[in-house]
Design a protein around this ligand. Structure first.
Ligand SMILES: [Zn+2]
Length: 327
């Protein structure tokens, strides 16, 4: 767990203790379980220290094992969630889509009609937030919580995500990998810390884009295109190592939808003019990207309490990682 750099921030300073514990309280029926997990954020070793780590005695830490499975199973967690939360209502889900789409077009129509310097910034913020809402609905399609109908989930996921230039299946599959490995330095997909050796190997421009605000807030399209530093592949390419061979057709379908949306935007730009399209679509798009990066960064790192990161072989990474997010 040593020698980590948090994505989006400068390298961490050296502090006296290697890691500390965070207590999580989970209400499971009438029982409240407390789990202590590692939070390896209070000290970061240098490369040289880390090279000597195997010879050094283990640091004094509290009585917890960061790799130990939580003292409850997925069935316990499922049982603790109220039953009504498991009900999928496609009509209700479609109602959310209809409501958000109506708001998106109403905002665009109002802003285009007003066409004033005062109205545009308000529109950008509101429409960027609505694009984020569309992403969240597509996210539910990707998780299968939109409805029990996988075809409906796929169709709506493509419509929603393509409209904001996200390749639905490419993202869905890597997002699954993210949830399966949440909090794992080497296997997680989003906002994982970089090992110091990798950080040192980055060129100056990459370091600035990765670690200097506001650039990391604009990272999502670049992540979709070429993933994170140290990883290969693309969310658009069916042969990427992100995907299994049987997922290639899905990825191709989503990339085709993305290209169709890009062509539509190009056509609208030709018809309506670049300035109007910049105001109507492209500025709100970047506001949406900032929302996405902001929310997912906080989900991984928390605000007051830092969250644990794992490394190496973890017996039940899904369970360990799933409880180490912050919402
Ligand atoms: Zn998710």
């Amino acid at each position: 767990m040593a020698r980590l750099l948090l994505s989006g921030v400068a390298p961490l300073p050296l502090l006296p203790c290697r890691r500390r514990a965070i207590a999580f309280a989970l209400p499971l029926g009438n029982v409240r379980l407390r789990l202590r997990v590692a939070a390896p954020t209070s000290r970061v070793a240098t490369v040289e220290e880390d090279d000597n780590e195997n010879n050094a005695p283990p640091p004094p830490c509290e009585d917890f094992d960061p790799g130990a499975a939580p003292p409850f199973g997925l069935a316990d967690i499922r049982a603790a969630i109220p039953k009504h939360c498991w009900v999928k209502d496609p009509w209700r889900s479609m109602g959310y889509v209809l409501r958000d789409v109506v708001v998106v077009f109403a905002l665009a129509a109002a802003a285009a009609r007003l066409h004033s310097c005062l109205a545009w910034p308000l529109y950008w913020a509101a429409q960027g937030t609505m694009f984020w809402a569309l992403f969240v609905l597509g996210h539910d399609c990707g998780h299968g919580s939109f409805s029990n109908n996988s075809r409906l989930n796929s169709v709506m996921g493509h419509i929603l995500h393509s409209s904001i230039l996200v390749p639905y299946h490419g993202w869905r599959i890597s997002h699954r990998t993210h949830h399966q490995n949440h909090g794992h330095v080497d296997k997680d997909e989003s906002w994982h810390p970089l090992p110091e050796r990798l950080y040192r190997s980055l060129n100056r421009a990459t370091r600035m884009l990765r670690f200097s605000i506001p650039f990391p807030m604009l990272a999502y399209p670049f992540y979709l295109w070429s993933r994170s530093p140290g990883k290969s592949g693309s969310h658009f390419h069916p042969s990427s190592d992100l995907f299994q061979p049987n997922e290639r057709n899905d990825v191709l379908t989503s990339t085709a939808c993305w290209v169709a949306m890009a062509a539509l935007l190009a056509g609208l730009t030709f018809l309506m003019g670049p300035l109007l399209m910049l105001n109507l679509y492209f500025v709100p798009y970047w506001i949406f990207v900032m929302w996405l990066d902001f929310v997912t960064y906080l989900h991984h790192h928390g605000h007051n309490d830092k969250l644990p990161w794992y490394r190496g072989k973890i017996d039940d990474m899904y369970r360990n990682g799933a409880i180490c997010g912050e919402d």
